[in-house]
Write a protein that binds this ligand. Sequence first.
Ligand code: GAL
Length: 662
Amino acid sequence: MYPERPAGIAYGGDYNPEQWPREVHEEDVALMREAGVNLVSLGMFSWALMEPEEGRHEFGWLDEIVDRLHAAGIAVDLATPTAAPPAWFTARHPDTLPVGRDGVRIGFGGRQNACSSAPAFREATARLVRALATHYRGHPAVVMWHVHNEYGAPLGECYCEHSVAAWRDWLRRTYRDLAELNDAWGTAFWGQRYTDWAQIDAPRHNHTAVNPAQRLDFARFSDGQHREHYALQRDILREITPGVPVTTNFAGTVNCKSTDLWQWARELDVVANDHYLKAEQPDNHIDLAMSADLARSVAGGEPWMLMEHSAGAVNWQPRNIAKGPGEMRRNSLAHVARGSDSVLFFQFRASRFGAEKFHSAMVPHAGAGSAQWREIVELGADLRRLAGVRGSRVRADVALVWDWESYWALELDWRPSVDLRFRERADAFYEALWREHVTVDFVHPSADMSRYQVVVAPSAYLLTDASAKNLHRYVEAGGNLLVSYFSGIVDEHDTIHPGAYPGALREVLGLSIEEFHPLREHETVAVTGGLDGRIWSERIHPAGAVAEREFASGPDAGHPALTRHDLGAGTAWYLATAPVTGLRELLAGVLDRAGVTRPRGLPDTLELVRRGRHLFLINHGDEPVTVEGVTGTGVFDGAHHDGPVTVAAGAVTVVEEQSPHP
Ligand code: GAL
């Protein structure tokens, strides 16, 4: 349920007016109108003002602001302020302050400073949300609810007494009895057998590795506690203001490891995501694209909302680098190209005080005379021209397997190599696909994949039997699966599948692995066909698969490095190393054999995405790029195209195509 208002693409951001006097509020609204702002998120961190003392609610100050925005035609995404409980609350309930894995309880003075399992926090949350929803029930400005802020970041797991009590309840609900838990956690090893539920603690900091199955369950439990805290609020909001969509903003799909967004997305009326560019990372627009594609994927392909990004520099990276000319526009339009129906920022006006005063905003400290404000106003105009994009879908022929549980499990202690990182592999494959101009969806390993021509599984370490069967079915029915090393190794309890690696995938890949041979830091091995591998090598024994390439040096010289297994109507590929270069060419070979069509001959600085009838061409390079064979109307300049279109360096062209792409 996407909010009905505002119409077209929503434009605006977090608005924190409590930092400013009334004159500034009036100027804010005038500036919002100048830029075409039509939606602001309000009240995110305002609990201390909404409830200055326990049970005394003060919404008058907020009414004035909401009414002023409404009079100006600006819709409100009203937040519940539970990410910042007030000082009086913490002083009265110090037991609600979260405890880290190291046993240290945090203090007041930051934010996200209450444990989602603490009963007093849940009670205070419910009371405040009920009062807020009742007060704003039927207010025409309030078009959606924004619960909390970025669950899981930075507060993922809490180790306080309330969490431990809730954890034991969770375990009792999850396991039939202690025998089942002992079995699932493999407590026969290191003499960890439990004989009473009360003996089970959270997997605290230890001087050695802690039981990995216990840690994996604790990650599931902790994420679930935040979801319960969200659902508590959502249910009250739905009861009091039915029909008003409820969301919470994800702390960056690709960057917040602690939240299983496949599960979260089911609980929201509309998926909302935050993304902050990693300023120093080369080609950081690829990480942005990945974040946007993952947001669209967890939203089930439905339009989603970019709830926060930055107009310029952030303030929390080692070096906070301002965006260059046109960069904010490219970033914003890339999110829209990949399915967002909104472009929202943190925050509207830059703060003069507090922790985030060096963070950029739509209105910078330099004010409305700045180049940045001009870009903000121009972007507002661009987004009005893009109104027709709203609601349309992005089609992808290739999918990448992404499973947070596997990500958690893979990165626990004592794996065969510290270089085995899920993001490292996922990023490598995504980047190669991005450079091939292939639009990617993400899928959970248990999802229906039949609509994809190619599915890539980068280090899918944890695979249940059911998911392995799902991949098998996909291939047999004609799919093309490409799996990278350290996949299909363990089940949902981090227990190795029986027999030789990769237990869950031996059949579909048509091979077994006798031994892992992780490479030393900086070591590389040669692979036939002009490829060098790093990180990984292993001894593969084909059992149905054929070797397409072999290791030419290192511990597995003369043995397969890339295999192909024709199975039923499809093919399963397996790549046993991390190519230093050449992954893109290797992947292109798989895409070609699978018949994946894509534009050819374009530089990999050009981002090309189709959303519904609209073709987005985003030039991240320093040279103009010409794309042949475009027929349609330029959305920004109204130009008619029938043939080549040239996109200037750093520019974005959007063409509404005449004949929609199949
Ligand atoms: C987000 C957060 C915002 C703001 C922003 C700064 O994670 O939700 O409130 O702090 O970061 O980049």
